[in-house]
Ligand binder design. Structure first.
Ligand SMILES: *[C@@H]1O[C@H](CO)[C@@H](O)[C@H](O)[C@H]1NC(C)=O
Ligand SMILES: *[C@@H]1O[C@H](CO)[C@@H](O)[C@H](O)[C@H]1NC(C)=O
Ligand SMILES: *[C@@H]1O[C@H](CO)[C@@H](O)[C@H](O)[C@H]1NC(C)=O
Ligand SMILES: *[C@@H]1O[C@H](CO)[C@@H](O)[C@H](O)[C@H]1NC(C)=O
Ligand SMILES: *[C@@H]1O[C@H](CO)[C@@H](O)[C@H](O)[C@H]1NC(C)=O
Ligand SMILES: *[C@@H]1O[C@H](CO)[C@@H](O)[C@H](O)[C@H]1NC(C)=O
Length: 343
């Protein structure tokens, strides 16, 4: 009988936190019943449970409650187990009675002892500082002193976006330190975002109403990427009227902030702004302008071909003058031929 009990104890240990009530005995017609049926207790907290050993078929002397810690009070076939501070990982509570056939009919309390993560931190694996767009990096979330680790879910976040949920393969019931990793490939949109991770112990309906959650600090993402022109592309030729104001807009984004150099058609002083402005355009401003945008990651260029037209007023004056001249020449010719005809 005693060796049988040892076997029970050994086989029952694996049932902790799995919400599986174990009952044993070959000729048993009923099994002891625990109320509540499962206990989820934070390490160091008090706990209690009632066991009804049997409804029929048993007397008050052939039953009991095995317990490593705490104390038991008995009233008929009902037993009450209580402990002030549950500080034994793997505590086993087993309720039994012996039936007339001499078999022990027993149930093991489904008891889960948990400990919320003591701390959670996030970092890059083998990397510090800034990242480059479209390269792969590994984030790691370290969770310290958590139990049971198999009920832990770690979630990586970028801002409010969940990037992945991870769980442990370990079946260890005592507190462990565990590291979870996630590969990321940042894009330029991720620049300035914050990475963080969250460790959550999911302990089921018998557990605390709010699952214990511990979050890491925030890890800022600095993503470097080559310059990119913003705004619409240029037409092949930009036609502008003499005297008007010309804006050549080469605005770009990039990280680190790109610098601008301009190649100008005339020997004008060099310029290094994103928008080149000419207040009053003259014919000398005609030609090709090339804007070169670069940072440590890359370089892009934008071309502007400028064609300058005479102003409308001048065009009218020129037009009218030409017409007047034409009429005048016509008149002169007419007059001459008239005079010749008269002769
Ligand atoms: C038994 O445990 C429950 C739940 O934790 C608690 O509300 C109750 O006060 C405890 N009873 C005793 C007698 O310790
Ligand atoms: C024992 O249980 C009976 C019936 O449930 C109850 O009336 C009685 O008060 C209990 N005795 C003690 C000491 O708890
Ligand atoms: C980190 O770098 C060290 C040395 O360069 C290397 O030995 C180690 O395997 C790397 N770890 C990971 C997870 O890549
Ligand atoms: C977890 O890490 C902490 C701090 O590094 C250490 O004190 C503790 O012993 C570790 N626990 C285990 C189970 O390895
Ligand atoms: C704890 O984890 C185990 C293994 O993943 C699972 O079977 C069990 O249902 C979990 N418990 C709760 C209360 O979620
Ligand atoms: C240049 O173009 C960008 C993008 O279209 C625009 O946001 C900016 O206001 C423009 N700058 C000027 C001076 O026109």
């Amino acid at each position: 009988m005693f060796s049988y009990f040892i076997f029970l104890v050994a086989s029952s240990v694996t049932f902790l936190c799995t919400h599986q009530v174990s009952s044993q005995g070959s000729s048993c017609t009923e099994y002891p019943v625990f109320t509540p049926s499962a206990l989820v207790v934070k390490y160091g907290d008090p706990a209690n449970v009632t066991c009804d050993a049997c409804q029929k078929d048993c007397s008050g002397d052939a039953l009991g409650l095995e317990h490593a810690v705490g104390k038991v009070t008995k009233n008929g076939t009902t037993m009450f187990w209580t402990v002030d501070r549950l500080t034994e990982w793997g505590t086993l509570v087993m309720c039994y009675y012996n039936n007339d056939a001499g078999d022990q009919c027993s149930s093991t309390l489904d008891l889960c002892i948990y400990q919320p993560p003591e701390s959670v931190s996030i970092s890059f694996v083998n990397h510090t500082g800034m990242m480059f767009e479209n390269q792969q990096y590994t984030l790691q979330c370290s969770v310290q002193n958590v139990a049971p680790v198999q009920n832990l879910t770690v979630t990586f976040y970028r801002g409010n976006t969940a990037l992945g949920h991870l769980q442990s393969n370990s079946e260890e019931k005592k507190p462990v330190n565990e590291t979870f990793t996630l590969n990321i490939t940042p894009s330029r949109e991720d620049d300035g975002a914050q990475y963080w991770c969250e460790a959550k112990l999911e302990l089921g309906p018998a557990g605390p109403q709010r699952p214990p959650v511990v979050t890491s600090e925030k890890l800022p993402a600095i993503v470097h990427y080559g310059p990119e022109l913003i705004g619409p592309p240029n037409p092949d030729v930009i036609t502008i009227t003499e005297g008007d104001t010309l804006h050549l807009n080469c605005s770009s984004v990039g990280k680190p902030r790109p610098s601008y150099t301009w190649t100008l058609p005339t020997n004008s002083p060099s310029y290094s702004g994103s928008v080149l402005t000419i207040k009053s355009v003259g014919f000398e401003h005609e030609g090709q302008y090339i804007c070169t945008v670069s940072n440590t990651v890359g370089t892009v260029t934008k071309e502007f071909n400028i064609d300058v037209q005479a102003s409308p007023l001048i065009r009218i004056i020129v037009g009218v003058s030409a017409a007047v001249l034409f009429v005048f020449i016509l008149c002169v010719l007419c007059f001459r031929s008239y005079k010749q005809n008269r002769k």
